[in-house]
Design a protein around this ligand. Structure first.
Ligand SMILES: Nc1ncnc2c1ncn2[C@@H]1O[C@H](COP(=O)(O)OP(=O)(O)OP(=O)(O)O)[C@@H](O)[C@H]1O
Length: 259
């Protein structure tokens, strides 16, 4: 079930380096939010803190609160593995397990967590997840073939099916279409549109047209200066960010004057 995400004074570090400073944001359930901004301003770092992937990097840590509805998932007592099944992530490059079959890829989250499923349950999860990722019709006759045999766009939808399979509340996507051709990109954008009915979706994108097409809300991040931390500059309805931003930096970025 889609949940609200809120961060309170969130700071993301790599060792002593403060990469992202004091982010306060509230992301509504059943919506798509895009993170935009110039290279190095911390979009990916911030995204990865939202399911505690950031701390997997040696020396990296995040301070502050990340509320999923009312639970602080950044609290030291919370198991990060559980967080990652609640807040799923799709990466820039499709990363199916190449030698595993399509079926095994979709069910990989269960296998990795040591959960044994009855055949009827796994068949139901498989069809639900592949249907949810708009891939079922294309692969239903070859579920036991390797995931690596699909096209790039199909592989990315397979990765989305793998994420949906474990029924997360939130789906994070880090430039999910940047490695794909225009047709596959549109298929992913259509899918993002559908996913928001059931999930809270957050997407990092360099493509401003894409943000304008898919996102209800857009968050603009920027660096104060080279070597300074990045931060959230403006966050509003996507139409406001692109047509009538309040901040001069946002205006300069969306009109192509920098970045
Ligand atoms: N593993 C790491 N170790 C140390 N510093 C890092 C690491 N990853 C990122 N950084 C630094 O953190 C800052 C934010 O990087 P991040 O990748 O989050 O920015 P971004 O806005 O997503 O950039 P891009 O749009 O180029 O992907 C940058 O200064 C970057 O050099």
């Amino acid at each position: 079930m889609a949940k609200r995400i809120q961060t309170i004074d969130l700071n993301c570090y790599y060792g002593d380096f403060l990469a992202v400073k004091d982010v306060n944001i509230e992301i509504e359930p059943q919506s798509v939010t895009a993170f935009i901004g110039p290279s190095g301003c911390g979009k990916t770092t911030f995204l990865r803190t939202l399911n505690r992937m950031h701390e997997v990097t040696p020396g990296a840590r995040a301070e502050g609160q990340i509320l999923l509805d009312d639970e602080d998932i950044n609290a030291p007592t919370v198991d990060p593995v559980r967080v990652r099944s609640t807040v799923g992530m799709v990466f820039q490059r499709p990363n199916p397990f190449p030698t595993m079959s399509i079926r095994e890829n979709v069910l990989a989250g269960y296998q990795l967590n040591g959960i044994r499923l009855a055949k009827s349950d796994s068949d139901a999860i498989l069809e639900r997840s592949l249907t949810g990722a708009n891939l079922w019709d294309e692969v239903k006759d070859r579920l036991d073939r390797p995931g690596g045999g699909l096209s790039g766009g199909q592989q990315q939808r397979l990765c989305i099916a793998r994420t949906i399979a474990i029924e997360p509340d939130v789906i994070l996507m880090d430039e999910p279409a940047s490695a794909l051709d225009p047709i596959s990109t549109l298929a992913i954008e259509d899918l993002i549109h559908e996913l928001k009915q059931d999930y809270t979706v957050v997407i990092v994108t360099h493509n401003m047209q894409q943000a304008a097409r898919v996102a209800d809300k857009t968050a603009f991040f920027n660096l104060q200066a080279i070597g300074e931390p990045g931060g959230l500059i403006e966050y509003d309805d996507t139409t406001t960010i692109f047509n009538n931003p309040a901040n001069e930096q946002t205006e300069a970025y969306i009109s192509g004057r920098f970045g």
